[in-house]
Design a protein. Structure first.
Length: 402
């Protein structure tokens, strides 16, 4: 295998981010293929008995078993690391595999962590239900309030975890401020960057230690596969995360890795265009609905912070209608083009009612604290002509008199 384009860091580190997204991590086999190959293999064969012994001992590079490494998966990992500006990256089977791996690989009984309460539903299930079973305590705070992060720190606090923008309230966490606070206190900061991706927001540049991804969303971008990734220093990824991952098996399939690898080649184009489309749709809706949460609009309470830490505010936002769940469901049922779907980051525009879907596993009290109200709807704007998205929303809102 010719590995020049992926492995020669003196070349790849010169590349700008769009070039890294298209070419970073590419290995070429002796066939000279232009598109990266899919290595659908679980195991590897060796020319002699010495070779596997040396590889297992870590004395020689090379593949041993696809739970630990696979060429297609490794191409994806190298590309994501380059795009993120991270020393190392490991891909996982899904976004939640990435979030749970990023936490479980470093936390032990007696440890404490702090989570921003407006987080992805399953992430809160992990922090509120799973971790306590293993003696790991978690405090949930309002991620927008630095004083709450400060007040939550204990002598045994090991991790700060947050997502920004947060799903579905579009709360913004000040990455630089919260990560600096973590660092001053010897706490590792982990940021779920799935909504923005490296195309729109770069947490490592702003002081984060670890970035975790649901690559299922904007990175694949066409609603095809589940995938995840965790990026950080080589010391953290290889020393702390890899032993956990290789022994627990949250590994990504080579086929799914390939899908995401090809998705990354158009990530920047899609992320920018979908964010522009979303802003246009949000401007149209703002005059129609009682509450609208879009970080890219001056009406968002943290708009100045958004301008500081994001290139664009992303393709997802939420709004509320009067009349609670019944009215929100009526709007969804009236849609003619936009799909009712709880996924995001697709080229197709998708809408969901968070309180009865993505956030239904949380208690009504937790939902209320997070600001996930019964009349809230979330939209992920795709690559259709925004005029068609607005026309569909217009006729759907009319059915509830808006
Ligand atoms: C979707 C999502 C996840 C989980 O990803 P899966 O691939 O569905 O497991 C985690 N965090 C955020 C912010 C997400 O949007």
């Amino acid at each position: 295998m010719k590995r020049d384009t992926g492995q020669n860091r003196s070349i790849t580190s010169k590349w700008r981010s769009s070039t890294r997204a298209v070419r970073g991590g590419t290995w070429r086999s002796e066939q000279g293929e232009t598109s990266e190959a899919i290595f659908m293999t679980s195991g590897y064969c060796y020319d002699d008995a010495h070779t596997p012994a040396a590889r297992f001992a870590g004395q020689e590079p090379g593949m041993t078993y696809s739970r630990t490494q696979n060429p297609s998966v490794q191409m994806l990992e190298e590309r994501i690391a380059l795009m993120e500006g991270a020393e190392a990256c490991r891909a996982q089977a899904s976004g939640m595999a990435a979030m749970s791996t990023a936490l479980l690989c470093q936390l032990s009984v007696g440890d404490h962590m702090v989570v921003a309460r407006a987080a992805f539903g399953p992430t809160r299930w992990v922090t509120d239900n799973l971790l306590p079973r293993f003696g790991i305590e978690c405090t949930a705070v309002d991620g927008r309030d630095l004083d709450q992060w400060k007040a939550a720190i204990r002598p045994n606090t090991k991790v700060f975890f947050f997502e920004t923008p947060a799903n579905p309230t579009m709360d913004i966490v000040d990455i630089a401020a919260v990560c600096a606070l973590a660092r001053e206190n010897g706490i590792r900061s982990v940021v779920d960057n799935a909504f923005a991706t490296s195309a729109l927001q770069r947490p490592l540049d702003q002081g984060a230690d670890v970035v975790a991804y649901a690559a299922t969303k904007l990175m694949d971008g066409q609603g095809r596969v589940l995938a995840g990734a965790v990026c950080g220093t080589a010391e953290f990824i290889n020393g702390v995360l890899l032993p956990y991952q290789r022994n627990t098996g949250c590994t990504l399939s080579p086929f799914n890795a390939w899908i995401v690898l090809k998705g990354l080649e158009t990530l920047e184009l899609r992320a920018v265009k979908q964010a522009e489309n979303a802003l246009e749709v949000a401007r149209f809706l703002e005059a129609r609905v009682p509450v609208l949460n879009h970080p890219g609009l001056p009406s968002h309470p943290q708009h100045e912070l958004v301008k500081r830490q994001m290139r664009l505010a992303g393709s997802v936002f939420s709004f509320e209608v009067d009349g609670g769940r019944e009215a929100a469901h009526k709007v969804l049922d009236a849609l003619e083009m936009i799909d009712i779907s709880n996924n995001i980051g697709d080229t197709k525009s998708l809408m969901t009612h968070p309180s009865s879907t993505t956030h239904s596993s949380l208690t009504p009290e937790t939902r209320a604290l997070m600001g996930v109200n019964e009349g809230m709807l979330r939209i992920s704007v795709g690559l259709e002509d925004p005029a068609d998205v607005m026309e569909d929303l217009d006729q759907a809102l009319r059915t509830i008199g808006l």
